[in-house]
Design a protein around this ligand. Structure first.
Ligand code: E4P
Length: 215
């Protein structure tokens, strides 16, 4: 399973890259707006640090505008994946871009039918937002299960990025279902490694080590 970091913050990206488990990054307009630095240099810096796909979102809404915007974004670095919301205009643009070799991450996916169409349009990635579904009393992980079944039924190569993750349990459930990727906020990424019994275990071993004779 690949782990992406869901952030546009360079310090967070450098830190998680140093752990040796980072496979990619996803950004969105909200995450970029939090950084208060010029957009294009920020994306280029992220792409230099990350050895894997970096998703960057188009803000155009019509296919004839999405395509040139996506092509411009994809020139920023070799590892850019262009994020496009799953609308009819987004599907049209994705078909054109996929034909030109641009990796598209179809985003804001909330139904299995949207994911089916994204795969048929040639998207490299599809991003179901499970936390936002949980927020409105729907079971987000059921959507992931449905998408994985559909993709398996027809051997679609589109990779499923489980997005809008809120806690470590979401990552574990995504892994148990066999999702290709989870994109995880920094705070949740840290929690993935923490366990109180590990901490108390280390404390006890260190205390007991002081009693061991080294002579
Ligand atoms: C995914 O690519 C999005 O950037 C992200 O996961 C959205 O999550 P949110 O619902 O916490 O904003």
């Amino acid at each position: 399973m690949k782990l992406f970091l869901d952030t546009a913050n360079l310090s967070e990206i450098k830190e998680v890259a140093s752990w040796g488990i980072l496979d990619g990054v996803t950004t969105n307009p909200t995450l970029c707006s939090k950084e208060n630095v010029p957009f294009e240099p920020l994306i280029k810096d992220i792409c230099r640090i990350v050895n894997g796909p970096v998703s960057v979102e188009c803000i155009s809404t019509q296919a004839e505008e999405i395509v040139p915007e996506a092509l411009k974004l994809s020139q920023l670095a070799a590892n850019i994946a262009v994020k496009i919301p799953v609308t009819l205009e987004g599907l049209k643009a994705t078909r054109i871009l996929a034909g030109s070799g641009v990796k598209v991450n179809m985003t804001l996916v909330f139904s299995p039918s949207q994911a089916l169409l994204a795969a048929k349009a040639g998207a490299a990635f599809v991003s179901p937002f499970i936390g936002r579904l949980d927020d409105v009393s729907q079971h987000g992980m059921e959507l992931v299960e449905q998408i994985l079944t559909i993709y398996e039924n027809y051997q679609f190569e589109t990779e499923v990025i489980v997005a809008s993750i809120r806690h470590p349990g979401h990552v574990v459930e995504a892994a148990l279902l066999g999702a290709d990727i989870a994109t995880v906020p920094y705070g949740v990424m840290e929690k993935l490694v923490k366990h109180p019994l590990t901490d108390t275990g280390i404390d006890r071993f260190l205390a007991d080590w002081k009693k061991v004779s080294l002579k």
